[in-house]
Design a protein around this ligand. Structure first.
Ligand code: F6R
Length: 356
């Protein structure tokens, strides 16, 4: 039920702090967050993880890769499910396949699951829907606990996917004796509050949508490191619901061709949440501004500069995607609203894609 909300999408964006708290509860064990012992064992025994997903879930997978590699030290490949069938990589000796799917019904992903099962490999599905096809057919399941997601554009499920992947990576790191210098349960609680702060200042996002996207024909999203992954998701959100052509880029990549598209007034959203690349992304912003771009910088507190559009409450550096995606969701929402688009049911799209 969307209750007093004009759209499911807005309701689902608003639910994100609660979703993070639900995930903490669902995965908590004593002072820690962790996953079931059989899943821990499967993750710990794998010499490489293969994440398979589509669309927004693929974008969550890109962050998941960083979690498993940086927190747990397990190598990861992330593949678009529709490409995997004919572009199957050379597999490691002990692969574990991780399917990320909000619906658990995406045909492209299922096709890969069927194939790797034939080959005798183990699989884990990360999904919002218990009893879904991908959940039933995989060896293990991790649930997102996001509650039903009705709007076609995925918001709370993305945040839940990223959070659950963090929990899994953290848990396997503990299991395998990796020294960890942060407490994930605590850090996720801080994230929930950080998201709430953004949600409480929706007016600012509405104003940004008005200022930057009112007459835009296209828009770019740039970031480096984790911010790059979030840029891809920001661009997908904007294009699918507002029909503004949008692209996400690695900060350093725009100048290798696409910068030719920057004209007077072209909106460029830049994320600056990653300390080690702060100077570089600022440099990229200067490059596009020099060509006339209308740059909107979203920075993490402590890294902001004068003239930035939005400053996000600080969270653990690995968890920034959970927070930085939220203003991008809201900006997309308001841009779509200003254009009188059907926010919850964009044209040509279905909530779960059951054809290949
Ligand atoms: C974008 C969106 C789609 C889905 C994709 C995969 O907002 O919703 O890109 O993420 O179709 O769907 P699931 O996660 O159900 O496999």
């Amino acid at each position: 039920e969307k209750g007093t909300y004009p759209h499911y999408m807005l309701k689902e964006i608003d639910e994100q702090p609660t979703v993070i708290r639900k995930i903490i509860q669902a995965y908590e064990q004593g002072e820690d967050v962790t996953v079931d012992a059989d899943i821990l064992k499967a993750l710990a025994e794998a010499d490489r993880l293969y994440i398979i997903a589509a669309g927004t879930s693929y974008h969550a997978g890109l962050i998941g890769k960083q979690y498993f590699e940086k927190i747990a030290g397990i190598p990861v490949e992330v593949h678009i499910s529709s490409e995997f069938g004919y572009n199957m990589p050379l597999l490691s000796k002990k692969p574990l396949f991780i399917f990320i799917s909000q619906s658990g019904e995406t045909a492209d992903s299922r096709q890969v699951l069927v194939k790797i099962k034939e080959l005798g490999y183990k699989s884990l599905t990360v999904t919002n829907v218990q009893g879904s096809t991908l959940s039933r057919e995989a060896d293990y399941t991790l649930l997102l606990h996001a509650g039903p997601e009705i709007a076609v554009a995925s918001t709370k499920a993305y945040v839940a996917q990223v959070a659950v992947l963090a929990v899994a990576a953290y848990a396997v790191a503990k299991e395998t004796g990796v020294a960890l210098d942060f407490d994930l349960k605590q850090e996720l609680a801080i994230v929930a509050n950080g998201i709430q702060t953004i949600i409480d200042s929706k007016d600012e996002m509405e104003q940004i949508a008005e200022d930057y996207l009112k007459i835009a024909r296209n828009a770019f999203f740039i970031g480096r490191n984790m911010d790059f992954c979030v840029s891809l998701e920001g661009a997908l959100k904007l294009k699918e619901i507002s029909y503004i052509q949008a692209e996400g880029f690695a900060g350093g990549e725009l100048k290798h061709g696409t910068i030719a598209l920057i004209e007077e007034g072209t909106p460029v959203f830049a994320l600056a949440t990653q300390k080690d690349v702060a100077l570089n992304i600022r440099g990229n912003v200067k490059e596009v501004v020099a060509r006339g771009a209308n740059a909107c910088i979203i920075a993490m507190e402590g890294m902001e500069e004068e003239g930035d559009c939005l400053v996000l409450a600080p969270v653990h550096e690995l968890l920034t995607p959970l927070v930085s995606v939220v203003p991008l969701q809201l900006i997309s929402y308001y841009a779509a609203l200003h254009r009188r688009c059907d926010v919850d049911k964009p044209r040509n799209l279905a909530k779960s894609v059951t054809v290949e």
